[in-house]
Design a binder for this molecule. Structure first.
Ligand code: NAD
Length: 234
């Protein structure tokens, strides 16, 4: 078993920023051109499904054109080389962790490359361009939506995530602002069960005081260096 026991890593938009996928706060990012209430809520989808599909179709195209960066690649090396379980719980809807080679990735906010039938709950691989009138391959209803968790909806896999936080020896948050709950609470949940905690982010997050230690700077600098240290000492 590695020195830290099992490791749970929470990632956010910051880990994909250097791959060219904007975070919420990027000045020129896609997010600034759209109103979050219109494109990332069930109410917005009910009002204007075409606009919501346009937004996610653009994000899917951006994601397909992007490549994993050194931080995603380092986490894949960690999983392959560490003598213990490494789980990535990501708030990101991109697939850059998987494309870097990580195998245990849980998408708590869903995935851009999956479609969900709002009528029957069936899921399937998303086409490049999704439209509200696309029929569900299982039930035929035209209630197709991106398989992403919107504001006001329950994130996926919460019970399983909490179980893994309880048994983690080390919890690391990378590239997440600590403003979006319940993910922002994971550090407290893990620490309460005895895990060491580390924040890696460009700047101190909103929940910095809950972490034992922090390293601030670009994910592509800090994550490979940190992974190198872990793999050398375990
Ligand atoms: P956020 O935008 O609120 O915060 C991103 C954090 O990353 C910030 O604190 C910022 O300082 C930090 N950051 C920016 N560039 C960085 C870099 N190069 N290295 C290290 N850190 C860097 O993102 P969040 O906390 O993930 O917010 C959660 C919500 O954002 C989720 O609902 C998620 O679905 C959504 N989101 C996802 C993507 C994606 O899938 N790639 C992109 C934008 C937003």
């Amino acid at each position: 078993m590695g020195r830290f026991g099992d490791i749970v890593i929470l990632t956010g938009a910051g880990i994909s920023a250097e791959s060219g996928l904007g975070t919420f706060r990027d000045r020129d990012g896609l997010w600034t051109k759209y109103d979050l209430n219109e494109v990332a809520t069930p109410e917005g989808f009910a009002r204007n499904p075409d606009l919501v599909h346009e937004f996610y179709n653009a994000r899917r195209a951006n994601c397909a054109a992007a490549a994993p960066n050194a931080a995603h690649e380092a986490l894949a090396r960690l999983e392959a080389g560490y003598q213990g379980k490494v789980l990535i719980v990501t708030q990101n809807v991109d697939d850059l962790h998987e494309r870097a080679g990580s195998r245990h990735v849980w998408h708590m906010h869903g995935q851009l490359n999956r479609a969900l039938c709002a009528a029957c709950g069936h899921r399937w691989d998303a086409p490049d361009r999704m439209r509200p009138r696309d029929p569900c391959p299982a039930c035929g209803t035209t209630a197709t939506r991106p398989d992403v968790v919107w504001f006001g909806e329950m994130p996926y896999l919460m019970e399983a995530i909490h179980q893994r936080l309880q048994t983690a020896g080390l919890f690391v948050a990378i590239g997440t602002s600590g403003n979006v709950y319940p993910a922002a609470d994971f550090v407290r949940n893990a620490a309460a069960c005895g895990a060491e905690t580390l924040e890696i982010n460009l700047e101190p997050s909103a929940v910095i005081s809950d972490f034992d230690t922090a390293r601030h700077g670009k994910a592509t600098d800090i994550v490979p260096a940190w992974v190198g240290e872990i793999l050398k000492t375990t």
